[in-house]
Design a protein around this ligand. Structure first.
Ligand code: C2E
Ligand code: MG
Ligand code: MG
Length: 649
């Protein structure tokens, strides 16, 4: 009756796949709750496909076995098996396409109407199939219990074709979203299935369809369901690679989604206190708790200390609510070994594509954005993320400027009350980016200090100062020295002194022409090593200024030690004195004391003639401020010096 019957092979093959999956991989998988979530889970749909394949193959094998048997007593069983086969088989094409849409990330987040349209051909097919006992439109058994196709059988093929075409449409439309490996798996699957189905449709005596489908499922299992490379072995949630793949897919298919970041900020410390097995079990506890917030399918271990949860579609509020819940949970301790551990977290919600619109930006934000957020932070608003994003953009701009040597150094003249001339200038870094425009040093200097870029920046500024000192005969123009800001971080790096000296020697500049400004708050943190370095620099002939005096811990003792030639009084003190008489009195006394210790006082931020007169009257001998000039580009600074007219001020 059948020339070729591959159904038993199909049954054996799909059963083996099922056994393999159940014994090896099932523990990684926690099925989501609710039918909708399940149908939108790749693995769940795969398991459905597998089960449907097994049962329909079994039904087909059974019915073929019974076919043509003379005993009527098996009529009902035979009929039931065929009916079961058709009911399940109608599901199969729809499931194949749904599976493919899950793989490509195109199934989720669609409008409700889409799902209704999607289900419609299937529902129609099932309605006809289920009514077959009455209508015999799909198949019937003759008096000899021989199976015959009904008139509507071709319609079932047409409905299947609708799904195949839908699948092909999505495949072509979102091809970029599908990794190459997955594309190959899907294409081979389609070709193989169509071949099997086509042969059987044209030659009903060849039973090839189910075997082709079982082979397809095997291919999916091997190529698409292998999660070993996508799972974090400790917590069994997905890993970073899986997150990046998923994100890429969703971005390509323009699927909006929210990312909830849970950063365990002090995991490092915990790891030092506990055995690694205890830390692992703590992480497992955290992962299992996160499963109360969302399905395991949506949880990823992004980094050593980062969990990332995804909320696809416009579920922003849900993500924010989850963020609050998470923060609340972390307020109470976790159990490690027999003790309780308090885990510190930073929790944040990032909206794709409102907050970030590219994968690299999302990666940068996750990697660098939260490094200095205090523990217990909840960052969910646009403004908070905008601040983080600006930091990242500045980081990029500074990196770019240092690589391209496009950072600029501007010079702000310093006026001497004794001579009435410009006798020095402060070198100030300027970052002007093509996209971001002018970025204030108060934004990029702290970032440079945190990221270590300050060393490169400092070296660049130092070299520029040396170059300018040697390129123009600044001494002849009345300039005794240029001041350069030095960050404490720079001094902590080994070999810094040798580098400065090498650079200075290369330009033939004297150490006395360079004055190093150190901020007051920093000078109070000096370690013995730094003090030693400063002493050494002083011996070599460099002079020092204590910058921003009056803002930190005004430490008179440091002044008395005598390592500073100049003390620069912060502008806030000068400006504050205009409103508050006691601040003005403090400023006057400060100037008097510093002068009595034989140091120069540089008043910063002098903008008006009145301010100038006040500080000079108090005894200040050097003045820097917009009243004389704003910081100037190199060429403008030189012209400023050349055209300097003391009588104009
Ligand atoms: P600072 O060393 O206290 O520099 C003085 C700041 O006051 C400069 O700001 C200068 O432009 C500003 N200023 C001077 N006179 C006036 C005035 O009359 N009115 C007003 N409104 N402002 C005035 P800038 O250039 O924005 O620099 C800010 C800070 O960034 C500097 O404070 C310094 O701490 C740091 N910085 C700048 N360049 C470098 C650098 O190359 N290396 C390091 N480590 N720090 C730098
Ligand atoms: Mg300064
Ligand atoms: Mg200052």
């Amino acid at each position: 009756m059948y020339t070729l019957n591959l159904d038993p092979a199909a049954l054996v093959l799909s059963a083996l796949c099922f056994i393999y999956i159940m014994t090896t991989r099932q523990k990684q998988y926690a099925p989501p709750k609710g039918l909708k979530a399940q149908l939108l889970s790749q693995h769940f749909v795969f398991m459905l496909l597998l089960l449907v394949s097994i049962v329909s193959s079994a039904a087909s094998v059974g019915s073929v076995y019974l076919m043509g048997r003379p005993d009527r007593q098996f009529y009902f069983l035979q009929y039931f098996l065929l009916e079961l086969y058709f009911v399940l088989h109608t599901t199969l094409t729809m499931l194949f396409v749904l599976y493919f849409m899950n793989v490509s990330g195109t199934a989720i987040g669609r409008k409700k109407s889409f799902y209704w349209y999607f289900i419609l051909p299937y529902a129609l097919g099932e309605a006809v199939t289920l009514s077959n006992p009455v209508t015999s439109l799909i198949f019937y058994l003759d008096a000899d219990m021989i199976y015959h196709r009904g008139v509507l059988m071709p319609a079932l093929y047409c409905l299947a074709a609708v799904y195949v075409l839908t699948g092909i449409f999505f495949f072509v439309r979102y091809q970029k979203a599908i990794p190459r490996k997955d594309s190959i798996a899907i294409c081979s699957a389609v070709v193989l299935s169509l071949l099997g189905v086509g042969i059987q449709a044209l030659h009903p005596e060849y039973l090839t369809e189910l075997f082709a489908e079982a082979l397809t499922i095997l291919g999916f299992m091997v190529m698409l369901e292998d999660r070993s490379g996508a799972t974090d072995p400790t917590t069994l949630v997905f890993n970073r690679r899986a997150f990046l793949d998923t994100s890429r897919r969703w971005m390509e298919t323009e699927q909006p989604y929210s990312v909830l970041l849970v950063k365990l900020v002090d995991l490092d410390r915990i790891s030092r206190l506990f055995d690694s097995r205890d830390v692992d079990s703590l992480l497992v506890d955290v992962a299992r708790w996160l499963e109360t917030v969302t399905e395991r399918e949506n949880i990823f271990r992004y980094g050593q200390e980062d969990f990332v949860l995804t909320f696809v579609g416009l579920r922003q509020e849900e993500a924010e609510e989850a963020a609050r819940r998470t923060l609340q949970r972390f307020a109470s301790p976790w159990k490690a070994e027999e003790t309780e551990v308090q885990l510190e977290v930073t929790v944040s919600v990032i909206r794709v594509s409102e907050d970030v619109n590219s994968l690299s930006m999302l990666q940068d934000l996750l990697q660098w954005g939260y490094q200095d957020t205090p523990p217990g932070s909840l960052l969910i608003s646009h403004d908070e993320l905008a601040a983080l994003k600006r930091k990242l953009a500045i980081y990029d701009a500074l990196r770019h400027a240092l690589d391209n040597k496009s950072l600029q150094i501007w010079y702000q003249p310093i006026w001497s009350a004794d001579t009435g001339g410009i006798i020095a200038a402060e070198a100030l870094s300027r970052l002007i980016d093509d996209k971001l425009g002018f970025i204030p040093p108060d934004e990029f200097i702290p970032l440079a200090e945190k990221t270590g870029m300050i060393h490169e920046l400092g070296a660049f500024a130092f070299e520029e100062v040396c170059r300018v000192l040697s390129a123009y005969n600044l001494r002849e123009k009345g300039i005794h020295y240029l001041e350069l800001n030095l960050s404490l971080y720079q001094l902590l790096r080994e070999g810094v002194l040798e580098k400065l000296e090498q650079c200075r020697a290369a330009y033939g500049v004297e150490a006395g022409q360079i004055n190093l400004e150190i901020t007051e708050s920093v000078s109070s943190d000096e370690t013995p090593a730094v003090q030693e370095l400063l002493r050494h620099l002083q011996e070599l002939g460099y002079t020092f200024s204590l910058d921003d005096y009056g803002t930190g811990y005004s430490n008179l003792a440091r002044l008395i030690e005598g390592s500073y030639a100049n003390v620069k009084i912060d502008k806030s003190l000068l400006w504050g004195g205009e409103k508050n008489p006691s601040t003005a009195r403090l400023l006057r006394n400060m100037i008097r004391i510093i002068r009595s210790l034989d140091m120069n006082v540089v008043q910063e931020g002098v903008e008006t003639k009145d301010q100038l007169e006040r500080v000079v009257k108090a005894g200040c001998n050097l003045v820097q401020g917009y009243y004389f000039s704003k910081p100037l580009r190199e060429a403008d600074f030189i012209s400023f010096l050349d055209s300097w007219d003391p009588l104009a001020y």
